[in-house]
Design a protein. Structure first.
Length: 347
């Protein structure tokens, strides 16, 4: 079994602090004695009890919830540790002072020492037992929060996919009656898009390169429908290609630019998607040269934008931001700011 030495050290330091507290209480009760006496015996006895109990528990099968031995061993281990730690610690203290606690002169104090050791040992054992149990519950809660966040992200993604599909099928239906050749090409692109995204949809995150590849499939699909009215540019620096991002993050933003910017614009326009790094922040921008929008009433509450905001919050909490801008030159800019990570964990 692998031993967590940092946890062992933390328990030892807490034990030493507890021993000093017990020694201080003993000195307050009998101030006529030297403070060194209760300090040395308390530290020796407490350290021995800690070592016997904390290391001894690894010799028995332990409960996953607490790391504590199950059944009878869970009771005998602290009892044996307290008795053994008292005897061994007392011998060490005797060696320090050069006397024996078992002679006639010291026996009057021996009973009080046994009672103090038993009470302190039981209290310390219960403290560390409850700490281990609390740590297990915290780990379980963290796992439950992570699973809930993953489930939430999956739900948001399953809501986005049908939204895109319904829009595409509606456009395909319109083309079937007016331009059969373009409808056939659009159907072929749709099949290629679905084939390319089938594997990626099983993951909650993927490299930014995969996100751009998926986005290119979508834009090629839209280009069949809009023809020369749609132009696009994808700019991804090689050093950012493996940065992990939530799947289906950019496509709703591009879809929003097409719907609110390029489609209402007679001449269409250009969509530019670019990624760049600013320190520990990843900046993703979707820019279009379409109709733009009024900042006093931006289309930021639409389905796609709202879902992207939800996914950012579910994945990064307050560390990510979505901003919509209306440049003076026209069109619109949607900017994402999120922390750079090559191994995202939803929390």
């Amino acid at each position: 079994m692998k031993i967590d030495w940092l946890t062992k050290l933390a328990f030892l330091l807490q034990t030493l602090a507890f021993c000093l507290m017990v020694a201080t209480i003993q000195y307050a009760i009998r101030p006529e004695r030297s403070y060194e006496l209760p300090v040395v015996y308390s530290l020796c006895i407490g350290t021995c009890i800690w070592a016997l109990v904390d290391f001894g528990r690894h010799a028995f099968p332990s409960a996953r919830e607490t790391g504590w031995p199950e059944g009878l061993a869970g009771w005998l281990l602290p009892l044996g540790g307290i008795v053994g730690g008292f005897l061994l610690g007392t011998l060490l203290g005797d060696q320090w002072f050069g006397w024996s606690s078992w002679d006639m002169r010291a026996r009057s104090q021996l009973g009080a020492s046994i009672i103090i050791t038993a009470a302190a040992g039981v209290a310390a054992t219960y403290y560390f037992y409850t700490r281990s149990q609390a740590a297990y519950l915290e780990r379980q809660m963290a796992q439950a929060r992570r699973l809930a966040a993953e489930a939430r992200l999956k739900l948001l993604e399953t809501q986005l996919e049908p939204h895109m599909m319904f829009n595409t099928l509606a456009n395909l239906r319109a083309l079937i009656g007016t331009d059969t050749a373009r409808a056939q090409e659009m159907l072929d692109r749709l099949i290629a898009y679905l084939r390319a995204t089938l594997g990626a949809s099983r993951n909650s995150t993927h490299p930014l390169q995969a996100e751009f590849d998926r986005l290119q499939d979508y834009l090629e699909l839209m280009a069949v429908r809009m023809g020369p009215r749609l132009h696009y540019t994808l700019a991804l620096p090689p050093e950012l290609a493996q940065v992990q991002v939530p799947t289906l993050l950019l496509q709703p933003l591009v879809e929003n630019s097409i719907k609110h910017g390029l489609e209402p614009h007679v001449a269409g326009g250009t969509i530019t998607v670019q990624a760049r790094r600013n320190g520990d922040t990843l900046l993703l921008e979707v820019t279009d040269t379409g109709r733009g929008f009024d900042l006093s009433s931006p289309p930021g509450n639409g389905f796609g934008i709202a879902q992207v905001r939800e996914r950012l919050h579910a994945t990064y909490a307050e560390l990510a931001h979505l901003t919509q801008l209306a440049p003076a030159s026209g069109g619109s800019v949607t900017r994402l700011q999120l922390p750079i990570s090559v191994s995202l964990v939803a929390a």
